[in-house]
Ligand binder design. Sequence first.
Ligand SMILES: [Zn+2]
Length: 335
Amino acid sequence: MSLFKKTLAIAMLVMTLVAGGFSLAYAGEPLLKSTRTSQHAAILAYNRGVETYTQGRSELSIECFREALMLNPSLHAAHGPLGQLLFRKGDYQIAFTELELATRITPDNASYWCILGITAERLQRHETAIRAFNHYLTLDASGSYANEAKRALSILLTPESGSCGTYISEFSKPPRHWQNFPNRLRVAISNGSEIKSAYPEIVIKALADWSEATGGRIKFVPADNLTQADITITWTADRSALSHSGELGNTELIYTSKGTIHHANITLLTHFEEAQTPSDMEKRAYAVAIHEIGHALGLQHSEQVCDVMYPSVPPIGLEFVPSLRDRNTLASLYQ
Ligand SMILES: [Zn+2]
């Protein structure tokens, strides 16, 4: 039996704060001039905060802005940059408070609204995220984070039931599927020293979510060894090991001579620069795993942002399980 091998070229596109064009460059007021002696020390501390921020000395900068606010609680200009720095550090709860103050004090600063939105997403404070991204887009409709903010709003504002139908017609290549359905697919999950201890469990959760999405018609069972596995899942810390820069994961499908799927190799990235905390890292790992397992089942990309098979990951904090359209499309592949 001859086997041929084909790689689905497009895996996931990375959308990070950095790659998406959004940076945490200093977005606050420029250096201040002291006009009253009583405020002098606070303004000096504030100005040191700005200078150390632009030098990338985040910890020192946080101290300076805090000192400025302690010396003069009315020095409102310090809230915004302090919020930015705390976000970068992953201290989302305190960052949220500072950024809410900053947006109230300087409501025309688009950057503050944007970071408030991202912080709110990560804290699951969805109402604030919606309000913040709407403000951001009103102030800077073509801003570097505008597309991501629009995606976040689409996800947040789509009813949980989602839209129906399938996206088979959106596939770029002929549909392929595993030969037997219902099916038990044997999965080998590699365990490497470079992976975070939570990753195998995250993959098992993603497999269970797909199994549930098929009403249990596809079951995943552990493979006894690598050679018996239908699906192998491995990790890499090296982005260049994936076929395109910007990819977070990749699935290679090997077909039988009849064109059905014979084997799937999934490679998942271990590290995501846009994730500030271990919890962010795990959320992103789940979003990548659920998407790539979808490819392993034969799904190709969807054009709708609320489907797991949309080609870029959702913003951190807005991950979701297979949508109704994902489920319908999978079901139609195996009719
Ligand atoms: Zn993909």
